[in-house]
Design a protein around this ligand. Structure first.
Ligand SMILES: [Zn+2]
Length: 47
């Protein structure tokens, strides 16, 4: 794969999932995540 930059670029473009920062620990997590994988806090609203 070292001689194929195009493949490397497409690999980079593959990492386009939306992310946000956890409001509790500040670590980057998936925007669709319901629970922070870093600190374990739940991000979805619980009533
Ligand atoms: Zn967190």
């Amino acid at each position: 794969m070292e001689n194929n930059d195009e493949a490397r670029n497409s690999e980079t473009a593959d990492i386009t999932e939306k992310t946000k920062n956890c409001p509790y620990c500040g670590e980057g997590i998936l925007a669709k995540a319901k629970k922070c994988k870093h600190c374990g806090e739940w991000l979805e609203k619980r009533t």
